[in-house]
Each structure stands twice: as structure tokens, then as C-alpha cells.
Ligand binder design. Structure first.
Ligand code: ADP
Ligand code: ASP
Ligand code: MG
Length: 403
């Protein structure tokens, strides 16, 4: 049996009909060389954003079920057009929605997790010599509802399919040449990595490097699928995302990211007693409020201050929860600052090198940028800063590490 190759093409790569024809020509080459090709596609260009806008025009707070029903249509357009473009090149192709390959997810609309994929229909089409084209980003829950995997989720569809089919590699075709030391559209001097570890990529993705969906990296790591992030506009090799033992040259810092659209919530005079933080963060988690950096001050007169960051889109829910919580615990003040960003540096080399935090803080200090919160893990350091300093901070820290 020839190898199965799984490829994913993002929105920009299928942004218009000319680009779709280009993608078809690229797929033809793989098909002609005798490989079995499975392709996952995103919606064309900014289709998903436009669908979100459309929804907001009829209802500012649409239900998540109907939102998923709407957003999943974008991918249905691109899979059928790509299949037609292949047919025009006399390549037999067969498109599938998530439901048609039984890509089963849990019932969490707008952020569903994949539970199972049935490969039967994919295998059957491949055995007839067809190129298989699957709609990214979408699945179906046990009740037959259409679900989506979260914005940028087509990467995760592709990796999950690669894992199920036993493909060793999953190619992620996008509009940049690979994974860079910073977003190349923001930092012109950013450099492309030849290789990067799953751990670093996972941190970078969750800290704002939108080039890969975080969960796709988690799955790739778990099922040992090598990710090859590369440009859909030329043939050059991109960046391989692999396990740590495959990366020979370990760098200390592999990337700098900025996550904007964040807010900080500060709760003053929280009673200093066991169980209070557990209670607060359990309620927030129960309402799907995402929490990132958390800082608690030392107690003073039996009270302390707890601050945490959350995506701006979660602020309204967080406020409702906290007002109730404040009432129950006699808390006088809850403050929200919606103008913050999280700046992070990531690198596996941090495990064995000291002084990275000092260098990062120095770069910020030299640019008069105040650090409002700090959080660290084995391979990353994050600082909460004012939104208005985000670009300057990104450049300052990127050049401080000579990336
Ligand atoms: P696609 O539609 O192909 O999924 P995305 O827009 O989701 O593409 O991801 C590609 C974008 O990720 C790039 O255009 C780039 O601006 C952004 N990006 C952010 N951080 C990085 C990084 N460290 N390396 C490469 N690209 C990055
Ligand atoms: N089309 C979806 C989005 O824009 C999924 C994706 O592109 O990966 O988020
Ligand atoms: Mg993407």
C-alpha cells in the first residue's frame, strides 16, 4: 500500500478560486506520484469572520449551537470547490463533511473536543484512487448536532485524521514559511526555525502564536505525528515540529509572543482562609471562563488581593460571577482592566540556563515598560503589560535575545 499523506490548507491558501486551483495543482503532483492523499481544508479567506459578523447582525448573543451550525458552512464551500478544481484536472476527488466521516466530538459547542473518527469512508474513497477532502474545524456530537473545534481548529482536524490513519507526518500549508521566532508579520527580523519541539510549540501556540491551533500540537505529540508547517505558495521546506530528542541544536529562547485581547480582573480584600481560591476558580471554570496568569498577594489583616487574566470575551461572564461571589464573602471591590497584553518568551533551553527572566525584565525596563504581573513555567516566562506597550515590548525582547 502506498503511504498516506495528510495535508491541511488554511484560509489564506484557499482565499480565492485562483488559489484553490493552485492548491489542486499541488495536490495533483502528490497524487500523480502514487501517494494516497487526504486533504483537510479551512473556509476561504475571512469567511468565518464574515459569518460571525452576519450572526451578530441578527442577534448579539446567538446560541452556541446555531453559531456552530452557521460557522461550519464556510468549510463546506471550500471542500466542494477544491474537489471540483481537482475534477477539472481529471483527478478523482471526494469531499466529506465532519459528519460524513463520523468525526465525533463532545457536545461543547464552539470548543468541542474530538472523541473518535471512523476511517471507513476515507479508506473506501482512497481505495478507489480518489483524493479525499475533509472539512476542517467541524464535527458532530452524539445527538447529531454540528459542532466546531474552536477558531483555528482545522489544524486539529488534520492532526486527528493523520493520527487515525497512522500517517507519520501532517503538512500544514499556510501563508508563512514556517514557525518563526516571533510573528513575522509583526517582527520583520524574526527568523524561521528548521525544527522546534512539541513542548515549545505548545507553549507558543497557547501564548498567542496563532500559526498552529494549540490542541493540534497536543494531539501531534500524543500520537507521534510530525508536523511540517510550510508555505502553500512555494515548495521550500518549512518548520518541523518534533519530539525533543530529535532536535540536536537546542536554543535557549525559541520565540517571543504577545497575546492581546486580554483583561485583568482584580478582587480586593478576599478573606484569607483555606478553600476560598478553590471556590472562586471552580465557579469560573464551571462557567467556561478561561483563566491564565493568577497572582495572589501576601495577606494583610486577614485579607489578600487576587488578580487573574482572562480573554476579553470572557469578561462579562467573569463580572457576573464575581459580583455574586463578592456579595457572599463581603468583598468590597472588583476591578477590571481591559487594556492589557501578555508578553512571553519560550524555550526548552531555559530548563538549564539561568538569567533569562533578568534579561527579559531588563529589556522591558530599558524601554520604560512596567511589568504588572509575572508568571513562569519550566520553559516560559510571561509578563502582563499595558496593551499600548505590546508592540514595543515584543520588539525589545526579541532583539534582547538576538533572535
Ligand atoms: P491559516 O489560515 O493557514 O490557518 P493562520 O492565520 O491561522 O493561517 O496562521 C498563520 C499566521 O500565524 C501567520 O500569517 C502569522 O501572522 C501568524 N503567526 C503568529 N505567530 C507566528 C510565528 N511565531 N511564526 C509564524 N507565524 C506566526
Ligand atoms: N475557519 C475556521 C476559523 O477561521 C477554522 C480554521 O481556519 O482553522 O477559525
Ligand atoms: Mg490557522
Amino acid at each position: 500500500m502506498p503511504d498516506i499523506i495528510v495535508q491541511k490548507y488554511g484560509g489564506t491558501s484557499v482565499g480565492d478560486t485562483e488559489k484553490i486551483k493552485n492548491v489542486a495543482r499541488r495536490i495533483k503532483k502528490y497524487h500523480d506520484s502514487g501517494q494516497r492523499v487526504v486533504v483537510v481544508v479551512s473556509a476561504m479567506g475571512h469567511t468565518t469572520d464574515e459569518l460571525v459578523e452576519l450572526a451578530n447582525k441578527v442577534n448579539p448573543k446567538p446560541s452556541r449551537r446555531e453559531m456552530d451550525m452557521l460557522l461550519s458552512t464556510g468549510e463546506q464551500v471550500s471542500i466542494s470547490l477544491l474537489a471540483m478544481a481537482l475534477e477539472a484536472l481529471e483527478i478523482p476527488a471526494h469531499s466529506f463533511t465532519g459528519a460524513q466521516i463520523k468525526l465525533l466530538t463532545d457536545g461543547k459547542f464552539s470548543n468541542a473536543k474530538i472523541e473518535m473518527i471512523d476511517r471507513t469512508n476515507i479508506d473506501s474513497a482512497l481505495s478507489k484512487g480518489k483524493v479525499v477532502i475533509v472539512a476542517g474545524f467541524q464535527g458532530i456530537d452524539r445527538d447529531g448536532n454540528i459542532t466546531t473545534l474552536g477558531r483555528g481548529g482545522s489544524d486539529t482536524s488534520a492532526v486527528a485524521i493523520a493520527a487515525v490513519l497512522g500517517a507519520k507526518e501532517c503538512e500544514i500549508f499556510t501563508d508563512v514559511d514556517g514557525v518563526y521566532t516571533a510573528d513575522p508579520n509583526k517582527v520583520k527580523s524574526a527568523k524561521k526555525h528548521k525544527m522546534i519541539t512539541y513542548e515549545e510549540m505548545l507553549e507558543l501556540a497557547s501564548l498567542g502564536a496563532g500559526v498552529l491551533h494549540g490542541r493540534s500540537v497536543e494531539l501531534a505529540k500524543k500520537y507521534d505525528v510530525v508536523l511540517h508547517v510550510r508555505s502553500s505558495f512555494h515548495e521550500n521546506t518549512g518548520t518541523l515540529v518534533v519530539s525533543e530528542d530529535k532536535v540536536l541544536e537546542k536554543v535557549i529562547v525559541s520565540g517571543v509572543t504577545v497575546k492581546s485581547d486580554q483583561a485583568r480582573v482584580t478582587i480586593l480584600d478576599v478573606p484569607d482562609k483555606p478553600g476560598i481560591a478553590a471556590e472562586l476558580f471552580s465557579i469560573l471554570a464551571g462557567s467556561d471562563v478561561f483563566v491564565d496568569v493568577i497572582v495572589q498577594s501576601s495577606p494583610y489583616k486577614g485579607r489578600n488581593t487576587i488578580s487573574f487574566t482572562t480573554p476579553r470575551e470572557n469578561v462579562a461572564d467573569a463580572k457576573t460571577i464575581l459580583e455574586k461571589f463578592a456579595g457572599v464573602h463581603n468583598i468590597t471591590s472588583v476591578e477590571v482592566d481591559e487594556k492589557i497584553s501578555i508578553l512571553s518568551v519560550v524555550g526548552v533551553g531555559m530548563k538549564s540556563h539561568v538569567g533569562i527572566a533578568a534579561d527579559m525584565f531588563k529589556a522591558l525596563a530599558q524601554n520604560q515598560i512596567n511589568i504588572e504581573m509575572i508568571s513562569t513555567s519550566e520553559i516560559k516566562i510571561s509578563c502582563v503589560i499595558k496593551d499600548e506597550h505590546a508592540q514595543a515590548a515584543l520588539h525589545a525582547v526579541h532583539s534582547a535575545f538576538n533572535l
